[in-house]
Design a protein around this ligand. Structure first.
Ligand SMILES: [Zn+2]
Length: 266
């Protein structure tokens, strides 16, 4: 059986023939000398594959330096925009405020107010509080014990006296419903009472000594904070034009309306 003269087996059995690229002395056998060359090519290919798989996919298609430069250009842009992380911080603050806004207590239920000749009126909670007159700093008598200003006047002042001037508009201190509107209020003269739901608590405000014919509301009427009720006068047991404001809770006990308003009006 004669060995084939062509093909792989023929080459293997042939005497060594140095390839033109090989320098003398580097290898005695052609097959052996090709192994390092294949290994270098294989390693280079493996290295290229590692680069290709460790860079963005677009980089694989980059066949020249100009294309690669355009591929990597966005990376440099990202570095330039790095200071925008400051805006991320401000966004975090805003989301924190939003979370606080969601963390609110449920509104208290309405309070049922019994209004004579009208029936039950539902009072919704309100936090808008205003002064009953302009220039609330002008006052004469405060709340509490005092020397009676007139014969028959009480020595224990159940309210606060505001002196903004005769004819000054008197307004409701908060949203509510009118429960009393009379020109025959005895010592209180022309008198209006308004009931409010302040934080779930029934509060009544009473406005006294107003001018005859100045009442601008009627019993059962819903009013808003700042809505005019009448005008400052001196009707009833009064020594001069002023607003006598009384405030009390569901128990009817009067408290210091000026201190109460001072703590709530901005
Ligand atoms: Zn008074």
């Amino acid at each position: 059986m004669t060995p084939p003269k062509h093909g792989r087996r023929a080459a293997n059995t042939s005497p060594a023939r140095p390839t033109p690229e090989l320098r003398p002395g580097t290898a005695r056998n052609g097959t052996a000398s090709l192994r390092p060359a294949f290994s270098i090519i294989a390693m280079s290919f493996a290295a290229a594959m590692m680069v290709a798989t460790s860079v963005p996919a677009l980089a694989v298609t980059a066949t020249d330096s100009e294309a690669r430069a355009s591929v990597y250009a966005p990376v440099e842009d990202t570095i330039d925009y790095a200071p925008q992380t400051v805006e991320v911080g401000s966004d975090g603050v805003m989301s924190q405020l939003a979370a606080e806004q969601y963390d609110v207590e449920a509104a208290p239920p309405p309070i049922t107010s019994q209004v004579a000749s009208v029936g039950n009126v539902q009072l919704i909670d309100t936090n808008a509080i205003v002064w009953p007159v302009q220039n609330p700093t002008k006052r004469s008598d405060g709340f509490g014990p005092r020397s009676a200003p007139c014969s028959g006047c009480s020595s224990s002042h159940d309210g606060v006296d505001f002196n903004p001037g005769n004819g000054t508009p008197v307004v409701s201190i908060a949203d509510g419903v009118v429960v009393l509107a009379t020109e025959n209020g005895g010592g209180l003269g022309v008198n209006v009472e308004v009931q409010h739901n302040i934080g779930g608590e029934l509060i009544t405000s009473s406005y006294a000594h107003m001018q005859y014919g100045s009442i601008a509301v009627s019993v059962g009427q819903q009013v808003t904070a700042g809505q005019q009720l009448g005008l400052v006068g001196t009707t009833g047991q009064s020594t001069g034009p002023h607003l006598h404001l009384e405030m009390f809770g569901a128990d009817g006990v009067r408290f210091d309306g000026f201190a109460w308003l001072s703590a709530r009006v901005g």
